[in-house]
Design a protein around this ligand. Structure first.
Ligand SMILES: [Zn+2]
Length: 411
């Protein structure tokens, strides 16, 4: 029986030099051209933007976080008032995560950093908010009202049904990088049992409005990743998400992604959870990843930063040495007071067409929130431009050389 009659994934072009492919991900709320980037609308809002703003900059799909919507009453509100698409005023595809990543990320404090290969020496450690991880599920303290809560695979899927996104995820345990292999292995098996329970609950309640992704765990251990991929391949999930810790640095992350992807069923759409750097996306696409998500583009906008390609970074660096992070600039820097032009002359976003860096710098200094909207618009436009460049490259050349030349500093 086809569990997903209203969904399909067609691969329309394959690279002859890598595993990169272009596809069409069809959902009841429209088509996503892949590879693509999914922007984070954590609590059912892309912070500081209306759907008109992010649609105008080329966005095709967004996501919301089940953990927040479960705790802040959002899920119940959506069930009562016709679902997330209607409430948000966004009629395009939406994905929700299962709440697994965030319950553990809030619980352990440093999971998010470790997954991305950043270790901060425990500076951002918060006290654990998890009471117990058991076969049934996870009990934890709500950050909203301090109440004791439980999340199980069934509660996660039920909450995602109430929210009503198109693509939904199984509930899993997200382990931090620093745990031993034994822990990672036991946790992976627990995630598989939770994955199976998520699937069974999904099938029992399936009304064909949603499609379920399984999640590959296994941490940094190749053999565990292979076991986990086999589990996900063998269940009737619509798509596959790669989750968990991918290592403590970029090179380990790339190795783990490549070895994991070498086992993945190539007919399904594959999502890489929580990864959004240019080099990581390009490498992921070459391994066969179809979609990515990360809070980075909109989060750094709220801190006054604009995503830029290396040529723009180099242009500004000639005047004043900027902190070299390769992918964005901080418009808080006083040098921008003097720049009359846009962030990027070649950028066709609403912000670059209408505003100068000097004005955005001024807004930041004056504490005017408009800068957050303007920079979010620019950053979303840039990420969509990167993904479009990747798709064009695959279609036209079969490799990503042009994209690499334009987007990678050391290429
Ligand atoms: Zn722009």
């Amino acid at each position: 029986m086809n569990l997903y009659p209203n969904f399909s994934f067609q691969i329309i072009q394959k690279s002859h030099k890598s595993e990169a492919r272009c596809g069409l991900l069809n959902t009841p709320h429209g088509v996503v051209e892949t590879p693509n980037f999914i922007f984070c609308g954590t609590k059912a809002s892309i912070k500081n933007l209306t759907p008109r703003d992010f649609a105008n900059e080329g966005t095709q799909i967004i996501l919301a976080n089940t953990y927040h919507l479960m705790l802040n009453g959002g899920a119940d509100l959506m069930e009562k008032h016709g679902g997330i698409h209607k409430l948000m005023g966004w009629n395009g595809p939406i994905l929700t995560d299962s709440g697994g990543f965030q319950v553990f990320s809030f619980g352990y404090g440093t999971v998010a950093n470790e997954i991305k290969g950043r270790r901060d020496g425990g500076k951002n450690n918060r006290p654990s908010m998890i009471f117990k991880i058991a076969e049934e599920g996870v009990t934890f303290r709500s950050y909203v009202d301090g109440a004791k809560k439980i999340i199980t695979p069934e509660i996660s899927i039920e909450t995602q049904r109430k929210i009503g996104a198109d693509l939904i995820l199984v509930f899993d345990e997200c382990t931090p990088f620093h745990v031993e292999k034994d822990y990672t292995e036991n946790s992976m098996h627990l995630s598989h049992r939770w994955g199976k329970r998520s699937f069974d609950y999904f099938v029992a309640k399936n009304d064909f409005r949603q499609a379920l992704y399984g999640i590959v765990q296994g941490g940094v251990y190749e053999d565990l990743r292979k076991t986990s991929v086999n589990f996900v391949n063998n269940e009737d999930f619509f798509g596959i998400a790669v989750g968990g810790s991918l290592g403590q640095n970029k090179s380990q992350m790339h190795d783990i992604t490549a070895s994991t992807m070498s086992h993945v069923n190539r007919t399904r759409p594959v999502h890489l959870l929580g990864i959004g750097g240019f080099a990581d996306i390009i490498h992921g696409v070459e391994c066969g990843i179809d979609t990515f998500d990360c809070v980075h583009p909109t989060r750094i906008a709220r801190h006054g930063c604009a995503i830029v390609r290396p040529n723009i970074l180099n242009k500004f660096s000639k005047t004043v040495p900027l902190k070299q992070n390769n992918e964005f600039i901080s418009l808080k820097n006083n040098i921008f007071k003097e720049f009359d032009g846009p962030i990027d002359d070649d950028c066709q976003c609403y912000t670059c067409k209408n505003f100068s860096t000097a004005y955005i710098h001024y807004l930041i200094k004056a504490n005017e929130n408009l800068f957050m909207s303007l920079l979010s618009i620019h950053n979303i436009h840039q990420m969509n431009k990167l993904m479009k460049s990747i798709r064009n490259d695959i279609h036209q050349h079969g490799d990503l050389q042009e994209t690499k030349k334009a987007w990678l500093m050391d290429f």
